[in-house]
Design a protein around this ligand. Sequence first.
Ligand code: HEM
Length: 159
Amino acid sequence: MHDIVIARALHVLAVVIWIGGVAMATTVALPAIRRGDLGPDRLRAFHAIQRRFVWQARGAVIIVGASGLYMAARLDLWERFRTVEFWWMHAMVCVWLIFALLLFVIEPFIMHRRFARLAAQSPVTAFARLHRAHWVLLVLSLITVFGAVAGSQGWSLLR
Ligand code: HEM
């Protein structure tokens, strides 16, 4: 069972880096950028942080997905997806899918240019929207982490 222990440890390690980074971006970096604390060019300040973190987040998403699927397959947990009691398993997959789409498709191919255009036209609106989206993702992620830790100890909250 060493492989399961290693997969779980990698899973949690990558979740910490990824969701910790989202929390830092939402509660520290974006408020500072919006207030102009990191300089008057908000887009430049944002890109300086985002282009460094985005690769950490992409790497973490791959590790979380691979280790999660490995555990689910090795322990044959597919039946869990049939019951609401295991809502946190669905939540993990949903959060993963949302971030994977955002980081690998929407951000590089659609949002990158669109956001730069909107930020040039009306930076206040652009960063307010971006900040709001980060809050939604952060809250969803934190509920998922809470549910997954409690749920994997047998405490479903919905039973
Ligand atoms: C494809 C996506 C994912 C799959 C297939 C997956 C699968 C799993 C599995 C099978 C477990 C072990 C459950 C158990 O021991 O009963 C687990 C645990 C866990 N997962 Fe995921 N997961 C995924 C994504 C995520 C995401 C996105 C997060 C965070 C937002 C997350 C956070 C956790 C946490 C915190 C645990 C509990 C670890 C522990 O307390 O030992 N997972 N995951």
